[in-house]
Design a binder for this molecule. Structure first.
Ligand SMILES: Nc1nc2c(ncn2[C@@H]2O[C@H](COP(=O)(O)OP(=O)(O)OP(=O)(O)O)[C@@H](O)[C@H]2O)c(=O)[nH]1
Ligand SMILES: [Mg+2]
Length: 411
């Protein structure tokens, strides 16, 4: 069983890409494969693992590279070399960092990633290669769609941690993965470079899948078998102590939030902004009674707070989108509409209007012997306009800064 799990918004963006048909044809020619696997003190299993890789490549009828990204202090690298693998020695800086360090050494057109602990079956790499041949950019293994050997995954991970974090990521990124922590995955070398991974540790797992969804990669899922650790091999989570899986879960969640500030701010931002503006605007000429409910100054202050919070959320969301630039066409459209000149003029107009409303209050105050005889609803509305004007100005500057820096980086 295979599942095609393109994220919804992503499909349109892929359709805009003229090269996808051409790339599909290129894939029909025999692409070479790199199996890229980090290793940290795995002398108990690494030899047999490399035999599995040779077997897997042979069964798939492919040639390529078996690249061990090694930070071991035991005999793992010697064993790996003796069995015909390339070994890239890197400092011990975490699993995600090992994958980043490996990038320049990868030569294959397709890249298959995983663990060298014999928990994933690298004799069965063919389904991954087949999917890449079909034109998919990123192929995720799924243990839940495949087989999980009894004792291979603690109940806490199987029934709580993995389903929960997978569900959260799917909700945020509009994807349909069934197992985001599956370590066995494959992608084209071009896609791997395009992901520009930043994660240093276990959170690479989430960064890779969420960016695949965000960048509109064509994603497929294939079932995989997951075996329990061999006698004598202890997983790094166990070696690092009971807190390790919890830390891994925490940093995986962090990366999901870091790449989606727009998700948390865009819709709530609109809601707050529109409701707040209606409330403040509706009361700008004085108290009103709606269906027997009296609304006055307190409601206006609530509206003012909602409007400014909502406006800030929308602006931060826009800055985040511009910063990450996952959808360059959308950023370009926005930049065409929201120019520096327009931003500054809009800010100036908002501040001027707000100041004018407050000038009326000032005149009234001066005429009444510097005494405030009544609350000025237009004055309060004017203050809101001044705040919005200032926010618009600051946003305009920030937006242009990011745009200019991005344009400079690109050229
Ligand atoms: N180079 C390098 N490899 C690492 C590092 N940490 C872990 N690895 C390797 O990454 C792979 C995954 O490690 P495991 O301990 O199996 O972690 P896991 O599979 O996520 O955790 P379990 O589900 O508990 O097995 C193994 O091949 C390790 O040898 C690291 O800091 N550097
Ligand atoms: Mg493992």
């Amino acid at each position: 069983m295979t599942a095609h799990i393109d994220s919804r918004r992503t499909l349109t963006r892929r359709a805009e890409r003229p090269s996808s048909g051409a790339r599909l044809r290129t894939r029909a020619t025999e692409a070479t494969v790199s199996i890229v696997v980090p290793c940290l003190n795995e002398e108990a299993v690494i030899g047999e693992f490399i035999d599995w890789c040779h077997e897997g490549l042979h069964a798939a009828g492919r040639t390529g590279q078996i690249l061990i990204v090694d930070s071991s202090t035991d005999r793992s690298p010697e064993i790996a070399r003796a069995r015909g693998a390339e070994v890239l020695q890197v400092p011990r800086r975490g699993l995600g960092r090992a994958y980043i360090d490996a990038l320049p050494a990868i030569t294959g057109d397709y890249v298959i990633l995983g663990d060298c602990d014999l928990t994933y079956d690298f004799r069965a790499v063919a389904p991954f290669i087949d999917k890449l041949d079909e034109g998919y950019d990123f192929v995720m293994g799924s243990r839940f769609a495949g087989e999980i050997e009894p004792g291979s995954m603690p109940a806490l991970h199987r029934y709580f941690g993995t389903p929960l974090t997978t569900w959260i990521l799917n909700r945020i990124y509009g994807s349909r993965y069934s197992d985001i922590h599956c370590g066995m995955r494959a992608l084209t070398r071009e896609s791997l470079h395009g992901l520009a991974l930043e994660s240093q540790s276990w959170e690479y797992a989430s960064e890779m899948v969420l960016k695949a969804a965000r960048l509109g990669l064509k994603v497929a899922e294939v079932p995989v078998k997951f075996y329990k650790d061999r006698e004598g091999r202890v997983s790094h989570h166990k070696r690092n102590g009971w807190l390790s899986p919890w830390i891994a879960g925490w940093i995986n969640l962090k990366v999901m939030f870091l790449f989606a500030p727009d998700f948390f701010m865009w819709r709530p931002g609109w809601l707050l902004f529109v409701l707040g503006l209606l409330l403040t605007g509706g009361l700008s000429r004085g108290p009103v009674v709606v269906l027997g409910v009296g609304l006055d100054l307190h409601s206006m202050l609530l509206g003012l707070t909602m409007t400014t919070l909502g406006y800030s959320a929308l602006q931060f969301a826009t800055l985040a989108r511009t910063f990450y630039d996952f959808d360059p066409a959308r950023t370009r459209r926005l930049a065409r509409r929201f120019t520096y000149d327009r931003g500054v003029v809009a800010s100036g107009m908002l501040v001027a209007l707000g100041a004018a409303l407050n000038a009326l209050l000032l005149v009234h105050w001066l005429r009444h012997g510097l005494l405030l005889t009544q609350v000025s609803h237009p004055g309060l509305f004017g203050l809101l306009l001044i705040v919005l004007g200032f926010q618009t100005f600051v946003f305009t500057l920030s937006f242009q800064m990011i745009r200019n820096r991005k344009a400079g980086d690109a050229s």
